[in-house]
Design a protein around this ligand. Sequence first.
Ligand code: ZN
Length: 468
Amino acid sequence: MGVPITIVVDKASGEPVADAAVWDHVVALIAKEGIDAWDGRILAGRQAELFPAGWLAKHGKTVSDFEYVQDILDVWFDSGTSHAHVLRAESAAGQRFHRTDGKRPADLYQEGSDQHRGWFHSSLLTSVANYGDAPYESVVTSGFVVDGEGRKFSKSLGNGVEPHELLQKYGMDIIRLWVGSSDYSEDIRYSPAAFESMADAYRRFRNTFRWLLGNLNGFLDDAATLENLPELERYMLHRLGKVLAEVRGHYEAFQFHKGQRALYEFCGTELSNFYFDVRKDILYCDKVDSPERVACLSVLVQIFKGLVTHLAPLMPFTTDEAWRERYGVCVHLGEYFVPDDRMTGRPDDGVTGLAEEGRWEALFKIRSAANFVIEKKRVAGEGGANIDYKIEVLVGKDVSKFITSDDTEMVRLVCGVSGTQLKLNGDEGIIGVTAYKYEGHKCPRCWRYYEKLEAKNGLCLRCEEAVA
Ligand SMILES: [Zn+2]
């Protein structure tokens, strides 16, 4: 397979005819009639037409003085030399066919996994032969899209799907998320169920943006401060920085599905189920400018910027919409936002060190145990949310390495309950939680329970201050 090499050789000298007039004539013929203009004339004995009118007579020749090459330029050579036309060679002067706006070598060659012995190979051979180096810095190969049973799409099976139909049904961002979530190093299975689960992932990201935009409404970046953050905020900033760095690493390795998975887990497990849940109380009930509330909002700004810019390649329209909503400019003209982690902790406070990793591990173990115990009570008919309970927590020495008697409020916060008692003298390996319905007084504003509501207006002291 290939295209004709349109050369005429003089039989007497054995030299090809190197006359631009002949070449231009052949080019014009092919431009007009297509690629068969060459072979068609040779096979039909009309070789004279391959020369401009009067050319043979002028040179004292006849058609039988020449041989007409019927070799072809192999398609692999043809496509394999595309680098010579598309990329700019920085070596060797006089590269007349080289564009001036392409970078050489290319950042990336991307094709199907059947091209290892095809395009990638012929490109490498021709480039090394001509310029002494490879035409690409990276090569990414992908599998093919197949149906849910792993069969190739085919018309006769009727198992194919048209991209534009998916586009109409799900929208561009969900299709892109689906591609981004796929391990393309193997064949990618398409099934309607896969798209439904992608729609769920899309909603998780979108809802996270909406929640952040809603809570940040009216809070300007200028008001944000990362000085003197509470431990929980420092921890979240530290986690955000870690997750985003991991995501960028995956993107740089073209492992988009791993980046997406990390962001998906972070939004679900660490933000929605934990941080947002735990901080709802101060966001909704604290005085607007309470230091804790401002600290939380400051971290939410960092989370918003980090998430939106890192999801921008995977869901370009939705991220752009979210970004414009807050900043009024296009997210795609900016760069990945890297959170400011200088404030995640002093070097000696260990937030980023192993001791603190152990501390948060311990806090999360207590949280899981508390959720488990309260859920059992809920199911058994006692009902209520975590805030309706108080808990007694008994931990063993392995955990009490990381938790002190000063951490009663921290444990209460992390577990989302109204009250906590902490006992640190349990046996090794023990995390025991007992939960009771809080038989105190419920603040009608924030729904937290207290032994008594001390404010004159029947609220808790915090709420009294907030409404003052
Ligand atoms: Zn209250």
